[in-house]
Design a protein around this ligand. Structure first.
Ligand code: FMN
Length: 227
């Protein structure tokens, strides 16, 4: 029985950081680089391409990369909005939204939907995208996107710092109540992540990654003792 793992199986051995020369900083005091590396480090991040509808029936669509999945049962996804934007206003009022998978083929229209258009403007129309009705929610889905989740708002949380001071940032969590998947992404009953060529957000103003089949590798989870 071996209790600890020793590097050796992998060809890519990690080399420890030279701690004295590391770029070390307190974010509250500035990063000292050309670009804030925070979201380049925590990246690439999946994109929450969020559609919603306002009380006047105008659809809204916008990308959010502070986005992820947080639970299986019930399935919960979440995203955060820096400032009170149209998406959060609509979702607070209607209690519903949809998530749409952003793919390489949809990169340009996805990017267009981040335009700070006023609430009376429908970004589906601005980006030339098709609204598909939700089955369980009033928010429309992006028909061109190969995966859509219909969601009901479960929690809306204003974020705060460790000092308790509130940030002008809102975390929206929603239960996924209906899922639509293009059958071309399913092979022998398995959803293949890379087939859709999802895009993920990295750092700076406009850096992204595209997921392709060659990028995948697999690992078995160890038991205890490590086997
Ligand atoms: C790829 C991408 C990711 C983005 N991620 C976020 C984010 O996580 N939070 C945020 O507040 N804005 C984010 N934005 C900016 C919003 O999309 C933008 O402010 C948009 O106008 C908001 O639309 P809305 O007011 O219709 O909700 C992102 C933009 C892009 C292109």
């Amino acid at each position: 029985m071996r209790r600890g793992y020793r590097f050796g199986r992998s060809r890519l051995k990690p080399s420890p950081m030279a701690d004295e020369t590391a770029h070390t900083y307190e974010p509250a005091k500035g990063h000292g680089l050309k670009h804030d590396p925070f979201n380049a480090i925590v990246g690439p991040r999946p994109i929450g391409w969020i559609s919603s509808i306002n009380a006047a029936g105008v659809a809204n669509l916008a990308p959010y990369s502070f986005f992820n999945a947080f639970n299986y049962r019930p399935p919960i996804i979440g995203f955060s909005t820096i400032g009170w934007k149209d998406s959060v206003a609509n979702i607070e009022a209607s209690g519903e939204f949809c998530w749409n998978l952003a793919t390489k083929a949809l990169a340009e229209p996805m990017n267009i939907t981040c335009t700070p258009a006023p609430p009376e403007i429908d970004e589906f129309e601005v980006a030339g995208l098709t609204r598909a009705p939700g089955r369980l929610v009033a928010a429309p889905r992006v028909l061109e996107s190969p995966v859509n989740f219909e969601c009901r708002l479960s929690q809306l949380v204003q974020l705060q710092g460790a000092d308790g001071i509130k940030a002008d940032t809102w975390l929206i969590l929603g239960e996924v109540v209906m899922i639509h998947i293009d059958p071309r992404l399913i092979t022998d009953g398995v959803y293949e992540t890379a087939t859709a060529h999802p895009i993920l957000r990295a750092g700076r103003m406009g850096d992204y990654f595209e997921i392709t089949p060659e990028a995948m590798f697999s690992m078995r989870r160890p038991g205890w003792p490590i086997d």
